[in-house]
Design a protein around this ligand. Structure first.
Ligand SMILES: [Zn+2]
Length: 91
């Protein structure tokens, strides 16, 4: 009667990694650099306004997670919009 429920198979874990690997190799949601750049200013404004731009631009969010340069551009736009004190020259 002392059957423990800890009889997990490790197959689940391996399946998880397989899916992660597949995700990293091909991300069908990734909008790409060109499409991201086109909407990046709108995207940044939505972020600055406290909205969730992923609702409107899921492909762009996927791209920003995968593309360092585009993510940096977004950070720069956000800093400009919100007046972030990181890289502004204060007179
Ligand atoms: Zn990019």
């Amino acid at each position: 009667m002392a059957d423990s429920a800890g009889n997990d198979t490790s197959d689940e874990h391996e399946d998880h990694w397989d899916r992660l690997e597949a995700f990293l190799q091909t991300d069908p949601q990734d909008a790409g650099c060109d499409a991201t750049m086109e909407v990046l200013d709108v995207y940044a404004e939505l972020v600055a306004a406290g909205s969730d731009p992923a609702d409107r631009f899921p492909g762009v969010k996927a791209h920003l997670l995968a593309c360092g340069p585009c993510a940096e551009d977004l950070e720069g736009l956000l800093a400009a919009i919100t007046g972030g004190s990181s890289t502004t020259d204060v007179p």
